[in-house]
Design a protein around this ligand. Structure first.
Ligand SMILES: [Zn+2]
Length: 718
């Protein structure tokens, strides 16, 4: 509608009749409206203009009705303001005073104009007219409801066209698909139908008839017999076909008595077909989920094969779109629609969703050639995945979607697969399980995606990469972790040492190899290994490293072999433990004193400083620059802050880094701030704070609380 032209129409006229009527209907309880009408043409379009007056006879709204649309102009404000809503919501009469009409037509002529116009509209658009109602509100509604519906349908049609267009880019299913269903997809769905009375049995896979003996043996001339023991062959129990068994080992077959009902005997197996195409010059790959069925209900000798498609995912290089075959509510038919959000309660049957996994039709590199996924190695990865999860004999239902979604953000993964590091590839995708059930190293966050070589991606030198490669054909992430740790500690590890470190068992303590690397600096790895191997049975390497730690903290010379390798370990361990505890109590008392002294001093020094600008005694605090920095912080300090990414991303918590000004890029302490308090502040390997850091954190807390309070004040004032 041309608003400018609509505004050119003459202003509403307040007639004597309208004034009288306003006075007559005016009351204290309800709002009343009076409407006068005229019909005109605007740019050749038949237009009905409704002037709405309030109960003081002042112009209130002006509504324009046309064949295709309506719009309302607010007459109260000087500034032009248009409203697109229907009159009932603009005047708020329907829900406020639902019983009696509060809209009054100014004259009989106005009433007739309105009724005739809507009547014409209804006839033109084949909208059913009901003359049972006689209220102008209802007449207006009749028209506006239909326009609303038409608007909705135009939108829906646009959406439908867009969806149809998306789907039209992809080809039909490949020619070989139908024969493939019986040969491959349904390969593991087989039955032996039997009839004990007639002594007859039939295998649906090899389609051979058998003689079923009374003692439970299946026999055929070609290949001997299979015995089922004293109970014989049993309905719904696993059975073995003597013919198929000799061909394929491990084929599963279920026995079915011919006399029983076959009402439920429809087998389903989900398959996927991957098809690349180009949509608007962008490379796209569709994963199609097809449910293949084998129906034995009518005949077990000649089962009916069928298939239907239920899900489609279209993978672009920058995003993924998911669709399902479902009910289009606007056009009342089944069609492709955006995938509906499935609730946790959704437990679909095997005919609705691929709950038991999928069988891919063709995922060779040839299929994806030329698409953005051509180097995604999906076939190789699927094989590696199956091999490493031997307990599962099929891939998870959405495996390929998950793989493509992963590959989109982590293209470096193809480098691992290409050099045959399958185990690591799977670890990278799944994350590495740590000792504690809650800990999982998100390896993918530690990788350098920009790296050109695998060495650069995993963050080791070329020489170290070769060390890993020489030590194992198919290494795991731990093999990399050893070298990354050594690099962080700046302790060189030779190839010989590396091989020894790889074979150090964790022995109930996670990452024991780190201790060996740490202490190798004072002695040699070989000697450490020799000593820990010769420890008495009731001592573990972990106890030994504990002993070393105490000895060092008590100030002993750690290059002295007498301290490093005590003769009677158990005795020395106990002695040192007591000595250490005594020292620690004393140290704690001193630390408390020191903390109080520093806090007093800091408070004085930072009177006018804000929390994030604090810069005291060589310490400062800052926010992480990226989520990736969180993972790296966690790895550097060997604590779990890396796993906080999601919480930080959702704003559930805030992480700060405390740094030394002298080494601003080196991880020192990590602080978690939540609900106006310091939840935790951890340094290397979860160690506690030094008195200095503790005082710094105390100051930070005071400043932050002050700051948050001032924010609240501002908000309230605003
Ligand atoms: Zn058979």
């Amino acid at each position: 509608m041309n608003k400018r032209e609509l505004r050119k129409l003459p202003a509403p006229k307040v007639t004597k009749k309208i004034q009288d009527l306003a006075e007559a209907v005016r009351n204290k309880r309800t709002r009343e409206y009076i409407i006068s009408v005229f019909r005109t043409e605007v740019e050749g379009a038949d237009t009905l203009v409704l002037d709405v007056f309030d109960d003081k006879a002042a112009p209130f709204m002006r509504a324009f009705f046309q064949e295709d649309d309506y719009i309302t102009l607010n007459m109260q404000s000087k500034k032009t303001s248009w409203k697109t809503g229907a009159l009932d919501s603009i005047l708020e009469y329907r829900w406020m005073y639902p019983v009696k009409s509060h809209v009054h037509m100014a004259t009989k002529k106005d009433r007739k104009l309105l009724y005739d116009w809507v009547d014409e509209y209804c006839r033109n658009h084949k909208v059913k007219t009901h003359y049972t109602f006689n209220d102008p509100e209802d007449i207006i509604d009749k028209y506006q409801e239909d326009i609303k519906h038409r608007r909705l349908m135009i939108k829906a049609q646009r959406k439908r066209d867009w969806l149809d267009n998306r789907m039209s880019f992809f080809k039909e299913l490949p020619e070989g698909f139908e024969p493939w269903i019986d040969e491959i997809a349904m390969y593991n769905h087989n039955y032996i139908f039997y009839d004990k009375k007639k002594g007859y049995a039939y295998c649906t896979r090899c389609q051979n008839d058998f003689k079923l003996h009374k003692d439970g043996e299946l026999q055929m001339k070609k290949c001997g017999w299979v015995s089922y023991g004293p109970q014989g062959i049993k309905h719904n129990k696993d059975a073995v076909c003597p013919f198929c068994m000799s061909k394929d080992i491990g084929v599963k077959t279920v026995a079915k008595s011919i006399g029983y009902s076959r009402q439920q005997l429809v087998e389903a197996q989900w398959a996927i077909v991957i098809q690349p195409t180009e949509i608007e010059e962008k490379s796209a790959v569709m994963v199609r989920y097809i449910c293949c069925t084998k129906d034995y209900r009518e005949s077990f000798v000649d089962p009916k094969l069928g298939y239907y498609e239920m899900y489609r995912s279209i993978h672009f290089e920058d995003h993924c779109e998911n669709y399902e075959w479902g009910w289009d509510i606007h056009f009342h038919k089944d069609d492709w629609i955006p995938e509906r959000q499935k609730g946790w309660y959704w437990s679909p049957s095997k005919f609705q969703a691929p709950v038991d996994g999928v069988i891919p039709y063709d995922i060779s590199d040839e299929v994806l050639k030329g698409s953005w996924l051509q180097y995604s190695c999906c076939e190789r990865f699927a094989k590696a995945y199956l091999e490493l999860h031997r307990d599962k004999n099929s891939l998870g239902p959405w495996f390929f979607d998950q793989w493509f979604n992963f590959y989109r953000d982590h293209k470096s993964i193809e480098k691992f697969i290409k050099i045959g590091w399958d185990k690591m590839a799977v670890e990278i995708v799944d994350g590495r399980e740590e000792d504690s059930p809650y800990l999982r190293t998100e390896i993918k966050n530690l990788l350098n995606e920009e790296g050109r070589t695998v060495a650069e991606v995993i963050g080791v030198s070329r020489e170290q990469f070769l060390m890993i490669r020489n030590a194992s054909d198919n290494p795991i992430w731990r093999d990399v972790e050893i070298l990354r740790y050594a690099n962080q500690q700046e302790i060189p590890v030779s190839e010989k040492e590396y091989r020894e470190l790889r074979y150090i068992h964790d022995n109930g303590r996670s990452k024991l190899y780190q201790e060996y690397i740490d202490w190798k600096d004072c002695t040699t790895l070989h000697k450490l290994k020799k000593y820990t191997d010769s420890l008495p049975n009731n001592a573990k390497p972990g106890d030994y490293f504990e002993y070393l730690e105490w000895t060092k903290e008590l100030g002993y010379d750690m290059r002295n072999e007498f301290n490093l390798y005590p003769k009677d370990f158990i005795k020395k361990h106990n002695e040192r433990s007591k000595e250490y505890m005594k020292q620690k109590n004393k140290a704690q008392r001193e630390a408390a004193k020191e903390f109080n002294r520093l806090l007093r001093k800091y408070r004085q020094d930072t009177k006018d400083v804000e929390a994030l600008n604090m810069n005291i005694d060589g310490l400062f605090i800052r926010l992480p620059e990226s989520l990736k920095e969180l993972s790296i912080e966690g790895e550097n300090l060997h604590h779990c802050v890396g796993t906080y990414r999601e919480k930080v991303m959702n704003g559930e918590t805030t992480i700060f880094f405390i740094r030394k000004i002298s080494a601003p890029n080196k991880s020192y302490y990590t602080l978690e701030w939540k609900d106006s308090r310091v939840v935790q502040c951890r340094g290397m390997k979860n160690c506690d704070m030094t008195p200095q850091v503790k005082a710094f954190v105390e100051m930070f807390k005071e400043k932050m609380v002050e700051y948050e309070k001032s924010l609240m004040k501002v908000r309230r004032a605003g």
